[in-house]
Design a protein around this ligand. Structure first.
Ligand code: HEC
Length: 118
């Protein structure tokens, strides 16, 4: 009886541990190439505090999971393409600051390439 209980308890704990495993995936696990990895670093430094990369739930700004997979950006209403998203990154929008002075064109390019993997 006690053994059976211990078995189910272990199983429950294991399941709970798996469910809570929000461990950050490595670049290799995500299958990122070097340019995408460089873009991920820019994203983590500049964007992650306001935008979840792997979720659509909002922080200060909307979660950006699948941002390029939709036809139009939900808030801005622009087509979700490199040109318009690049423009938002450079110039900002409402409470979002612009990064045209902070990031180099190469960094913005890397960032966009990474965002296509979200
Ligand atoms: C200080 C918080 C903040 C930071 C930092 C920030 N953003 Fe934003 N972002 C926002 C907010 C708030 C909005 C929503 C603006 C609006 O209402 O249209 C937004 C909107 C966006 C949108 C358009 C979403 C849509 O549906 O229209 C994109 C794409 C985006 N941000 C990408 C980025 C990227 C990439 C970075 C990093 C370079 C970044 N943001 C940094 C707050 C932030």
């Amino acid at each position: 009886m006690a053994q059976k209980f211990a078995f189910w308890l272990t199983l429950a704990l294991l399941l709970a541990a798996t469910a809570c495993d929000e461990r950050r995936k490595s670049d290799t696990e995500l299958g990122l190439n070097p340019q995408q990895s460089a873009g991920r670093r820019v994203y983590d430094d500049q964007c992650a505090r306001c935008h979840e990369p792997y979720s659509t739930s909002g922080k200060k700004g909307p979660g950006l999971k699948g941002v390029f997979k939709q036809k139009f950006l939900p808030l801005a209403g622009f087509p979700a393409n490199d040109e318009r998203i690049g423009e938002i990154i450079r110039s900002g929008r409402k409470e979002m600051p612009g990064f045209g002075q902070t990031l180099t064109p190469q960094q913005i390019e890397d960032l966009l390439v990474y965002m296509h993997t979200l």
